[in-house]
Design a protein. Structure first.
Length: 255
């Protein structure tokens, strides 16, 4: 039965600092993942008529870094302080999706989530050793749901499936036995191996692939001075991770 009177539009007021890793960005801002049922009207401190007259002016003259000003004063969701990968650029490293040639090598990684989403990524490596992040899954889901997605969305079996070493601990209680999270994936037909849990080594490898190489040609345009790592534009979580990943602040000890 239809209502006699139309349902009024619903409104919500949210107050936050711009953060690309937040659910607010994914739900309302990111053009790749936002829910088009919602319309967002963003208001920044400069739009607030009730602030003291010199409030914004004092902040602008406080000697803060430009990224701080862009983020906290102008509401720029792309401005991030202390980026781990400042060389990453959406204009350079993000590509439109295309069909992966069958001769390219495939690898994949799975970071199983218990209280957080499971993160899955599929990587392709071309004949010139360029690395492409071509697919991802980032949701709270059961092992079976993750495996069904993985098997249905890769063009062929990968050479290796890497998984967080913590997933190999015998912590899952099943009938009359204990098992690991990795065992649950094996039961679904995916046989992962633990990746090398060395953050410094991984950081160096990723950085070396992201920086421009003067002797290297772009795989699509043939332009010189190109990086060796690219991300398909549908992999929004990976893109946001590259942009929003920050060095942790070390608190000084009081002596």
């Amino acid at each position: 039965m239809r209502l006699a009177s139309p349902v009024p539009r619903r409104y919500a007021l949210l107050s936050c600092n711009p953060d690309r890793s937040s659910w607010i960005y994914r739900k309302f801002i990111d053009p790749r993942t936002k829910d088009d049922r919602f319309k967002v009207y963003q208001m920044n401190p400069v739009d607030n008529p009730f602030l003291p007259k010199d409030y914004v002016k004092d902040l602008l003259n406080a000697g803060m870094p430009d990224t701080w000003i862009q983020r906290y004063i102008h509401g720029d969701w792309t401005a991030v302080e202390n980026q781990v990968y400042p060389m990453f650029s959406e204009d350079i490293h993000v590509l439109g999706e295309f069909e992966v040639p069958p001769e390219w090598s495939l690898y994949e990684s799975i970071d199983p989530g218990i209280t957080s989403p499971t993160s899955y990524h599929l990587y392709a490596i071309d004949l010139d050793k360029n690395v492409y992040v071509v697919n991802e899954f980032y949701e709270s889901a059961t092992v079976h749901e993750v495996c069904e997605y993985v098997k249905a969305n890769r063009p062929k079996a990968p050479i290796v499936t890497y998984m967080d070493p913590a997933a190999f601990a015998q912590t899952q209680i099943q009938i009359k036995k204990t098992s690991s999270i990795s065992d649950l994936y094996r039961d679904e037909g995916i046989r992962p191996v633990p990746y090398r849990n060395n953050w410094a080594a991984g950081y160096n490898i990723v950085t070396n692939h992201l920086v421009n190489d003067s002797s290297h040609k772009h795989p699509l345009t043939d332009a010189r001075n190109a990086p060796h790592l690219y991300v398909f534009n549908k992999c929004s979580n990976m893109i946001n991770e590259f942009i929003g990943y920050q060095w942790k602040k070390v608190r000084s000890r009081v002596t």
